[in-house]
Design a binder for this molecule. Structure first.
Ligand code: PGA
Length: 262
């Protein structure tokens, strides 16, 4: 059965106090949607408070990044085991990390391996820029990001990985990819590559989230596509109401799929 995974990436938003208020508003609502896997990714500083509030609930907590070294003289960095103490998930390779902080496919790969080594579930982000998109390079860019980002990952490890396809031009712009265009990349580019890397069965059970201007009014049509298995939500995850609406859309599509398969 298809099980959607929707994660909120709060980016550099929400102080500890604001994060607590947001999670307290989310928790009673989100518990209604058992059929959907869900997580929020606050700043590192808000992670302890959010993890404390989410304990025992179905809302999981993720970090937005991590460093690959285990410990040592790496001022301001956070080690995999530090993240794993409080979080189930971690995001690696977000386009904002690539654009502003020099993240490369190689460093994505190092972070991914370190995160998996610490027992974390990892959301690996890929996606082309507007220029690359307009130059018809989407497939080439996403393929390179996946081949290099997921280099040397075993099929067993792949079970702990979610891919987030986030076209950079759709992030924070209010201009989401059309469901058909997003699904084309999921179905015809990412999934076949995962099949090649990890085998058919595993690749089919891996989840590919879409990210980039997911809102309550477009979530259901995105999730209704054959290969969009959830979402990585930025702006719309900062308001309890809109994040809940997006999770609800995933729950509704789950019901529709179940009914159509019955
Ligand atoms: P957005 O961000 O929903 O605000 O476009 C998505 C993301 O960057 O993960």
């Amino acid at each position: 059965m298809r099980r959607f995974f929707v994660a909120g990436n709060w980016k550099m938003n929400e102080t500890v106090a604001e994060a607590e208020t947001l999670v307290k508003a989310l928790l009673p609502e989100l518990e209604k949607y058992e059929s959907v896997d869900k997580a929020v990714c606050p700043s590192y500083l808000a992670v302890p408070a959010v993890a404390g509030l989410c304990k025992g609930s179905s809302l999981k907590v993720g970090a937005q990044n991590l460093f690959w070294e285990e410990s040592g003289a790496f001022t301001a960095e956070v080690a995999p085991k530090m993240v794993a103490e409080l979080c189930d998930y971690v995001i690696v390779g977000h386009s904002e990390r690539r654009k502003y902080f020099g993240e490369t496919d190689e460093t994505v790969n190092r972070r991914l391996k370190a995160a998996l080594g610490a027992g974390l579930l990892v959301i690996v982000c890929v996606g082309e820029t507007l220029e690359e998109n307009e130059a018809g390079q989407t497939e080439a860019v996403v393929t390179r990001q996946l081949r290099q980002g997921l280099a040397d990952i075993t099929p067993e490890q792949a079970d702990s990985i979610t891919i987030a396809y986030e076209p950079v031009w759709a992030i924070g712009t209010g201009r989401a990819a059309t469901p058909e265009d997003a699904n084309h990349v999921h179905k015809d580019v990412i999934r076949p590559l995962l099949v090649e890397m990890f085998g058919k069965e595993r690749a089919e059970s891996m989840r590919i989230q879409y990210g980039g201007s997911i809102k309550p009014n477009n979530a259901a049509e995105l999730f209704a596509m054959s290969d969009i298995d959830g979402g990585l939500v930025g702006g719309a995850s900062l308001k309890a109401d809109s994040f809940v609406e997006i999770i609800k859309a995933a729950a509704m599509v789950t019901i529709i799929i179940e009914e159509s398969e019955a």
